[in-house]
Write a protein that binds this ligand. Structure first.
Ligand code: UDP
Length: 553
């Protein structure tokens, strides 16, 4: 492998000289360690010390230059999980002169992305924490292209989903343990360290109970862009995609309807559906559709995605496999099942995903509320929900509790006990939830028409004032349409006007269909008013306010 890297793509002596003369150079984005990604020239790694090394010279650059604040708590997060104390990145410093006394460095010619995978054994974590963030970090820095080298520093082995990480670039990703094969000192000619957190939508409950992130910055469009790119790499093509998009004939639509099917994602070792066959029969009968089962234990990942990417509905127990909803077609339904005593409102990674704006998935959950239909496993090891190691009183309390109280990640025994139960799904209650849930499913046509283009500012806003009597006055406000409106087909265009009396902190809001209006209610002479105007498309696409107008009557 070291041969592969030291091929003559770079001139060794030029590289060595550059490192000796200029040292390491670092320029980062981000004000805080939690939103920082750094780009390095000649960042080195000592496999002996298991540390990254920054070589100082007269011309080395370190921006931000934090001094010892670099250790409070760290330069940056190496994984996409925010501020996790096992995922910090930092480097040691040495003068470039020390190179003379060190093993000869091996240079890595590839542009490298250095990161920690958070939990490569778990499919949800693989997608949410690693693949999506790495994919979009690579989009952010254009030299992280298909030839980029990924280096995983968390120290784990390949894990069961390594093939998915391989899809990110044409080069084999490197693991921490492999770095020693390159010698005692390796230097990355050009590297980026850290991951974008822009695409993550869930926090796992390290500091507060788990839930959607406070400020979600990703929409279904980016998730689907990523899913499509991954499917292309896996050579999966959605059948009839082209036909379905281009106005298909009545017969074609009929045939598509006949081809519709439901995918049941089955788990075969833990958190089982005990009457899966019965559930499948019920689904087939209720929807008059084929039902196909998939499982990570029985199929390759691409063959699972092939099935999911054309399914009308995905049914599964709560669990990491549900992250495959990113591959469902728009308009599909996700049905998530929860074991007894687990509150679906408190564990929403898949609900949050399915309901991201523009994801266009319909989300339904079912919860087992019959204790007689649950099968517990108190004698299993604690990480699979066993409770035998606990005090008798505590075991008793857990066994009689019917709702897991809110808790932090990751070792709460009551949570683990309940989430690893197997479930006999009560078919009548399941079908009822499903039928009720399907009633509120929006038709895809409606959502498709809805544009996501926001209005521009209204233009040339004016006010005219007139004082009628000592007690009555009028304020006429008019404006022109936003510039982008003339290029758009918008179902409904409205304007919002706020009128505030100067010095007051409340305002009167008006929603108007036309481009001018005369206000006389509550308008007083000898008063100064501030007037804001903005445009609204289709009830909820708000534009920016135009510059405030100030008018004295
Ligand atoms: N898994 C599976 N079948 C099973 C149990 C687990 O395929 O019967 C997969 C699961 O989808 C996840 C990984 O194994 O990718 C770890 O599962 P775990 O139950 O620990 O995590 P969870 O699904 O609750 O996130």
């Amino acid at each position: 492998q070291s041969k592969e890297l030291s091929q003559a793509r770079i001139d060794y002596h030029v590289a060595l000289q550059s490192l000796q003369e200029h040292g390491t150079r670092m320029v980062c984005t981000g004000k805080m360690h939690t939103d920082r990604i750094c780009r390095f020239d000649y960042l080195c790694y000592s496999s002996e010390a298991e540390e990254f090394v920054f070589f100082h010279s007269n011309s080395s650059v370190m921006l931000p230059n934090l001094g010892s604040r670099r250790f409070q708590p760290a330069l940056l997060d190496l994984s996409s999980v925010e501020d996790h104390n096992t995922q910090y990145f930092n480097f040691l410093e040495l003068p470039a002169g020390a190179l003379k006394f060190m093993p000869k460095p091996v240079f890595v010619p590839d542009v490298t992305l250095i990161l920690n995978r958070f939990n490569p054994d778990n499919l949800m974590h693989v997608f949410h924490d690693d693949l999506l963030p790495a994919f979009f970090t690579m989009k952010q820095y254009s030299d992280l292209d298909d030839e980029a080298r990924l280096v995983f520093m968390e120290g784990w082995g390949e894990g069961p989903h390594f093939d998915l990480y391989r899809l990110l670039s044409s080069k084999q990703p490197l693991l921490k343990e492999q770095l020693r094969n390159f010698g005692k000192l390796m230097c990355f000619t050009k590297s980026y360290v850290g991951l974008s957190k822009m695409t993550t939508w869930y926090q796992y409950g390290f500091v507060q109970p788990q839930g959607p992130k406070a400020n979600i910055l990703v929409s279904g469009n980016e998730i689907r862009h990523f899913a499509k790119a991954l499917m292309e790499k896996m050579n999966i093509t959605k059948q009839d995609e082209a036909e379905k998009d281009g106005g298909s004939s009545e017969q074609e639509r009929e045939r598509d309807k006949k081809d519709e099917y439901i995918a049941v994602f089955s788990r075969s070792t833990t958190r089982l559906i005990l009457n899966e066959a019965e559930l499948i029969m019920a689904l087939a009968q209720e929807f008059q559709m084929r039902v196909v089962t998939v499982s990570l234990e029985e199929q390759s990942f691409p063959s699972i995605i092939q099935v999911i990417s054309s399914a009308s509905m995905l049914v599964s127990m709560h669990g990491a496999q549900l992250v495959t909803s990113v591959f469902l077609p728009r308009g599909a339904t996700v049905v998530e099942l929860f074991p007894f005593a687990v509150n679906p409102e408190q564990y929403t990674p898949y609900k949050t995903l399915a309901t991201l704006p523009g994801m266009d998935l319909h989300y339904i959950f079912w919860r087992n509320s019959k204790e007689e239909n649950t099968v517990t496993h108190p004698d299993r090891p604690w990480e699979q929900g066993g409770i035998a190691h606990l005090e008798k009183d505590e075991q008793e309390r857990i066994l009689t509790s019917t709702d897991v109280p809110r808790h932090l990640c990751c070792r709460n025994p009551e949570w683990l006990f309940r989430i690893y139960q197997d479930t006999l799904v009560d078919i009548p209650s399941f079908l009822k939830v499903l039928k009720d849930g399907m009633k509120s499913k929006p038709s895809l046509k409606k959502t498709k028409i809805a544009t996501t283009v926001h209005p521009g500012r209204v233009r040339e806003a004016h006010c005219q004032t007139s004082v009628q009597t000592p007690n009555e006055a009028k304020l006429t406000v008019s404006w022109q349409i936003p510039w982008n409106l003339k290029y758009l087909k918008v179902r409904e265009v409205k304007y919002e006007v706020w009128i505030q009396e100067q010095g007051e902190n409340t305002y009167m809001p008006y929603i108007l269909p036309q481009q001018n209006y005369t206000f006389s209610e509550n308008i007083k002479p000898f008063t100064t008013y501030l007037v804001w105007v903005r445009c609204i498309f289709n009830k909820n696409l708000l534009g920016p306010f135009a510059d405030v107008l100030t008018y004295s009557l």
